[in-house]
Design a protein around this ligand. Sequence first.
Ligand SMILES: [Zn+2]
Length: 126
Amino acid sequence: MHELSMADAIVKTAVDVAEKNEAQQITEVTIEIGELTLLNPEQLKFMIDVLSENTLLEGAEIKIELIPIELVCESCNYEGQRGQDELDHYVPIVKCPKCGEGAIKIIKGRECNVKTIKIEKEDEDA
Ligand SMILES: [Zn+2]
């Protein structure tokens, strides 16, 4: 399942960063998800919770930021978000909202990154 492998990668990234920084605990993780990934944020969050059991990530607050699709049109040079299309918002293969051509490049919307991680250290110098 899509969400499971992403959740696994996110947990590993977060734990890895925390270990390198000698953290005792991760308190908060912010994740960016592009609209084009079609990931279900609730499901992703749930799986991160499950996978973070017995790791430094356990109990951390998981924040998810959705990144809307942005595109550039090679026909008319339109640049920006895709047009609203209530009919097929599950088919994000988009056309240019300005000229209707399909010669577009997606510049945003494929992200699935750990954006920020907040950690707690025990022996922090004041
Ligand atoms: Zn166009």
